[in-house]
Every structure is written in C-alpha cells, then in structure tokens.
Design a protein around this ligand. Sequence first.
Ligand SMILES: [Zn+2]
Length: 339
Amino acid sequence: MTSISQELREFGTKLLERRGALVEWSADDEGSAMAPKELANLLHADGEIIRLSTQPGGEGWSFSLASDFLDTASQLLEMEPRVGAFRVDEMYLKRGDLETAVQRAFTWLNAKVRLLDTQEVRIEYHTWWFHALLVSEDRWETRFPISINAASGTVVELPNLLDLWEFEPHPGANQQPPATYQQAVREAQLQLRKMAAGFFDRMDGRLQRDKKRLREYYSALLRESHQKKTRGRTQPDPEKLAARERAVKLELRRKNNELDDRYAIDLTLNPIVLTRMEIPALAVELSVQRKRAQKNHTVYWNPLLKQLEPIRCSGCGRGTFSVAFTNDDVAPLCAKCSG
Ligand SMILES: [Zn+2]
C-alpha cells in the first residue's frame, strides 16, 4: 500500500467513525462500514452497510484520488468546523536580559536600536494548511502549513503545533475571521514555487524535448521538398514550392501552439484548515533611532523556537533579521527592499 492510499484509508475511516459508523477492514483494500441512515443516504448506499475499497472503481465508496473520494469527503467535511482554536497556558520563557539575544539575532543596517522593555504576553499563531494542485500534462499535489504570528504578521516556521504538546481547546478565542489570510496566501504562493520547482522543470524539459522533435521533423520535410527541386528533370513551379513551404511552416507553428497548451500549468491553491493557537511569548520593545526620527517596534521571543522571530518588512511582507529603517516613518525594510 502506498503511503498516500494508507493516509486516505485512515482519513476516510476516521471521517466515517466521526459520523457514527462502525468501520471494519477485512483486507488491505476492502472493508465495510455500518452507518447511521443519514450517513448511508449521503453516500448513496442501499442499506446501512457501506462497502469500502481503496481501489479506484471498487465497489461502494472508493478511497482513491482517482475516484470521487474527495468530492464525497468534502460533502462530509462541509458539516465540520474548519477552524480549531487552542491554547497552551504555560511554557518556558527566557529569563533575564534579552539585550544580547537581540544584538545577536538582528543586524541593524542604518539605525541605532535600544531595548526598552520585555514583557510576558499571550500571542495567537495562525497556522493555515493549504492544498496545492498543479495540473499540466502530468499532475502534482501537496499540502503544507504556513504559520503567522497574528500580532506582528510575521511568517514563522513552527513545528506542527498539534503534534507537540498538551494543548487545550480555546472556546473563548476571538471568532473574527483572521486578518492573516492574505499574508498566508502570498507566502504559500512563494513556497509553492520552490516546492514545485522540480515539477516545473520536468514539464519544461518535456516541452523543450517535444518542440525539438517537431522542429527536426518539419525541417526534414522542408529539406525533402528542396531536394526534389534539384533532382527533378523539369523545374518545379517556384510558386508551388513557396506555397508548400508556407504550409509546412504554418503547420509547425500550429503544432507548437498545441504543445504550449498541453504543457501549460494550471495551479489551484486552497486553504483547508486553520489552527489558532494561543501561547505565551515575550514581547521585546525596541526604540529605533533613524536620523532625526524615532519609533518603537516590538519583536517576539518564541518559546517553541527558543529564539527571536524576524521583523516583518514593510515593503514585501517577508520576515528579515537584517533590517533597515525608512527615514520618516522609521518603518522596517529588508535588505532587498531598502537597496
Ligand atoms: Zn522586503
């Protein structure tokens, strides 16, 4: 069993059990579920027994990406909350002076920076899980998380929070739709480019290969018509010859366009789930002096990473440890945006 079909089987089983079904797998790829009527109806089962399979086209509900599994699963998921809010009450926070930690972590490119104050705070981290699907002549898909410090808007690379520790549901969490979504999407698009680089290269490689074959084929055709001209006893009509060449070139262009279409990449990026996790952290307040202007900025010490988080660039929105500040607003900029 491949890991993806294993994952699908586990996921599908959990989904059914969650809705009150009793699931049993008699073989690796075959099983059945005894389901409440409502669930059985939703899955178009005749009675209350739903047959399960991990093969596409298997009987009953087929747990395979090549079937309508995702469509059916998403109908079941429609009924589930997709946002989970959790909290962790206590975590180890760094004690003492953070001055050295700040000086070590950051490079201040054009300003004097002084530490004013350090405070224990509670910060909500938003982890957006995305599903990405790339469709071209081939398909590629993945799912991955983007975590954002909701107070600073900075993207941070966190371990999977749900794997790690004892957390509790946080029913009192802010119910407002979070403002971190756009930032998460931007970051997800950037990361996806990197993750899918191999796929892009592969498609491009195949496209170049196919175009080369086409060029070779059509230039052979053109050569052939020229050779006929020199070997033939009667001179062929030059007009006919030119017309033939035009036709060949036109055909080549048409075939090239077909290839471009075939290898065009269609990209879908969708949020699947959001986890809001409130944890303790340290807020470090800094006074930034840039020429005549002065402004305070806050950076965060993260107890999971056991280090300071980067500052968010006011230009491109990415996190940076190498920071310049604008003259008037004293707004942080990464080296690239300030350059
Ligand atoms: Zn920037």
